[in-house]
Ligand binder design. Structure first.
Ligand code: SF4
Ligand code: SF4
Length: 230
């Protein structure tokens, strides 16, 4: 019969409408369903009833670990009194090369004798052009560039505020561990594996090490990378 789809749709809308008020009553004793972290989690979960949207920016939802927004640069955790530690970026330029819309600019550092220094002197990303594809992160051999969870980047300035410089881009490792704990742990395990393999190789070359790492070791390392959430 014509119109049954519309009626069914209206019934669903009415159900959510009524449930949103019922939910208000059920959360009343616990501080209300608005501006309440516990209630927010329930509303966004499978047990949520009624209205699922939130009153942004008063209410904000946690984003999942795999969420990706514009990149940032990882540094060591800073020593006391400082904002950043040592840059992980070696200014190799791979990210700038693979970036599809070409929105990364890097100026390599220089030693006093004029030879290149493995750290960036300047690093810029045009966030208006960045499409959050994550290629830079995937291709960086040093785990030095990551996609951020900070999506509140609106500004009244349409020019310079949208070109993020090195200072704006740099964030300590502890920040990356906080927003992407599983991915950070998998990367750390892989890095440790590589360091151990290097140490073993050195020991072998010195004549007192174990035999070569087996294919099983390599397979385990690859699994570790695949076990991440991306
Ligand atoms: S690929 Fe990584 S190390 Fe190389 S320039 Fe980009 S962020 Fe720096
Ligand atoms: S996320 Fe993609 S578009 Fe953005 S800087 Fe990285 S490679 Fe370029």
């Amino acid at each position: 019969m014509y119109g049954t789809g519309i009626l069914k749709g209206m019934a669903v809308v009415m159900k959510h409408f009524v449930n949103s008020y019922l939910d208000d009553f059920s959360w009343a004793a616990r501080g209300g369903r608005y501006y309440n972290d516990e209630a927010l989690q329930v509303r966004q979960g499978v047990k949520g009833r009624g209205v699922k949207t939130v009153f942004y920016p008063e209410e904000k939802l946690d984003v999942p670990e795999r969420f990706r927004f514009v990149p940032f640069l990882v540094t060591d955790d800073p020593p006391p009194g400082q904002k950043w530690g040592k840059d992980w970026c070696t200014s190799c330029g791979i990210c700038a090369k693979v970036c599809p819309p070409q929105c990364i600019w890097i100026e390599r550092g220089k030693q006093p004798n004029g030879r290149p220094k493995p750290e960036p002197n300047a690093f810029f990303i045009d966030i208006d052009i960045c499409m959050n594809c994550g290629f830079c992160m995937e291709f960086c051999p040093f785990d030095a560039i990551k996609l951020d969870h900070d999506y509140e980047l609106a500004s009244y300035n349409r020019t310079t505020a949208h070109i993020h410089d090195k200072e704006r881009l740099s964030k300590p490792l502890s920040y990356w561990r906080e927003i992407a704990p599983k991915k950070a742990a998998a990367e750390e395990a892989a890095r440790n594996f590589v360091e151990e393999a290097k140490a073993k190789k050195k020991a072998r070359q010195a004549g007192d090490g174990e035999p070569d790492p087996t294919l099983a070791d390599e397979h385990a390392r690859q699994l570790m990378y695949r076990g991440d959430t991306y």
